[in-house]
Design a binder for this molecule. Structure first.
Ligand code: ADP
Length: 464
């Protein structure tokens, strides 16, 4: 800023001033030309003389001088002799009617030097040089006669102004530098230091230190940055915890069937009497469990990566629910389960049949698994305005209220002590949730401890 100030106010002041003067005098001449026959001409000339220091004389071929104004006594155009004016007129005519020139005018100034005794007062004369811009324009009037507008304006020397400005600028430069230094110290204390600290803490966070706390500075932006980073650190630490938990869960879930398979196979190899179909069935069951688990993990990761796409079709939801209920009933009736399906009408939806049946299978499977004492599972299909609501109700132990929000998470199991008893991976509801989200369906669970749970989801009804 200081350099710009110096350049414009000191180095370029004079050229700027000259350009502006030139522009002024040309603009004045054009306005006067337009108003040559106007009643306002005198006022206009007065305005230029007083406000713009432009002296004007207008000559007519027939009447010699028409009108003139003078800004000051040293007006250049008014000091010109008739011969000089004629010469200007001729030169203007030769150069297409316009003449622009810079002239140095020398005049003698007399000065009275008073003395104590009046008799001895002296008069001294000094020669004063002035620079003037001269502008002449010859205008041909409608009658064919010429008029010449002659303008002059004194170019005041700017060197004294430049000197004053220089002194001012030196002061401004000194004050600005001192103020900038003070400001720089304040800014570095209040903004830069907290940012440097934040940067150091961020590096530690990147190295895996999630307990780091970001210091909040005095400024809102720095405080907000620290707050966001603190939040990010907290979330990262949660994600890290979840990652560890998932790895330990997966390894645990994989290890159990593998141990069983290896154990039974070794037993059958070493003890010939143990090569029974029952033991073989255990190995097959455990291998199937492994396959299902790996399938679930793959499914879930593809849902989470967003690579799973739906293949929706117009389908009868009622038919699907009825089919699944029948199949499940057959599978569980020897264990004493009663699975019922109630609906009032046949309802169609636009959904991915295979994936939707995966959800229903999962909900019924959970209801069967988690209500071992009361073996009643009820499936309802209800119309709610434009939506259909599917409910799977069991009369099992229910879910503790504080655990409800976690059951849709990967690998989450409410009661891990029942793990051995119930064949669950903790992935079923998470997969169901992802499928329902893909369908834009609402879903949830209503549960009453010791009275059972109702898992539900809602889909828009497809109009026939
Ligand atoms: P899992 O394979 O263990 O069943 P899910 O994701 O299907 O995994 O379920 C997560 C957890 O939610 C289960 O471990 C269980 O604790 C709880 N849960 C799910 N369905 C029911 C239900 N009908 N009754 C009680 N608890 C349930």
């Amino acid at each position: 800023m200081l350099v710009i100030l110096w350049v414009f106010q000191v180095m370029l002041l004079e050229p700027f001033y000259r350009v502006m003067k030139n522009y002024d005098i040309r603009a004045a001449c054009e306005t006067i030309e337009k108003n040559l026959n106007s009643d306002n001409l005198v006022k206009l000339l007065d305005h230029y003389a007083l406000n713009r220091s432009i002296d004007v004389r207008i000559f007519s071929q027939t009447e010699n001088e028409v009108i003139s104004t003078a800004y000051n006594a040293e007006s250049y155009v008014h000091s010109l002799s008739a011969g000089s004016i004629n010469a200007i007129y001729r030169r203007a005519k030769q150069t297409g009617g316009v003449l622009a020139d810079t002239v140095i005018n020398e005049s003698i100034q007399l000065k009275l030097n008073p003395s104590r005794t009046r008799l001895h007062s002296t008069i001294t004369s000094t020669s004063v040089k002035t620079e003037n811009l001269l502008y002449a324009k010859v205008v041909t009037m409608p009658g064919g006669s010429d008029r010449m507008i002659l303008l002059s304006s004194r170019v005041t020397p700017v060197s004294s102004t430049v000197d004053t400005l220089k002194v001012q600028l030196i002061c401004i430069t000194a004050i600005t530098i001192i103020l900038s230094l003070i400001l720089a110290i304040i800014i570095s204390r209040r903004i830069s230091k907290p940012i440097v600290k934040t940067n150091e803490s961020a590096k530690q966070l990147a190295e895996g230190n999630f307990d780091i706390s970001f210091e909040q500075g005095k400024y809102r932006e720095v405080a907000e940055l620290a707050e966001t980073l603190n939040f990010a650190a907290k979330e990262l630490s949660k994600t890290e915890g979840l990652r560890r938990e998932i790895i330990s869960n997966i390894s645990h879930e994989l290890r159990t069937p593998i141990t069983m398979i290896a154990g039974y196979a070794e037993m059958m190899r070493d003890l010939p009497g143990e090569s029974t179909p029952e033991n073989l069935q255990i190995i097959i069951d455990e291998a199937n469990r492994l396959t299902a688990l790996v399938g679930d993990i793959l499914d879930l990761s593809s849902y989470q990566a967003g690579t799973q796409i739906l293949s929706p079709e117009h389908m009868s939801l009622t038919e699907l629910l009825s089919d699944i209920t029948t199949r499940y009933s057959k599978l569980t009736e020897q264990d004493g389960y009663s699975i019922t399906f109630s609906c009032a009408e046949d309802i169609h939806v636009y959904a991915d049949k295979l994936k939707l049946s995966q959800v229903v299978y999962n909900l019924i499977g959970n209801a069967v698994n988690y209500s071992p004492d009361d073996r009643r599972v009820e499936i309802f299909q209800r119309r709610i305005d434009d939506c259909v609501r599917v409910e799977v109700t069991d009369h099992g132990p229910g879910i503790p209220p504080d655990k409800i929000r976690y059951i849709w998470d990967r690998f989450y199991k409410v009661d891990t002590t029942k793990r051995a008893k119930i064949n669950g991976t903790g992935l079923g509801l998470s997969i169901a949730k992802n499928i329902l989200i893909l369908h834009n369906a609402r879903y949830g669970v209503e549960t009453d401890q010791n009275a059972g749970s109702t898992f539900w989801f809602e889909l828009p009804i497809e109009k026939e």
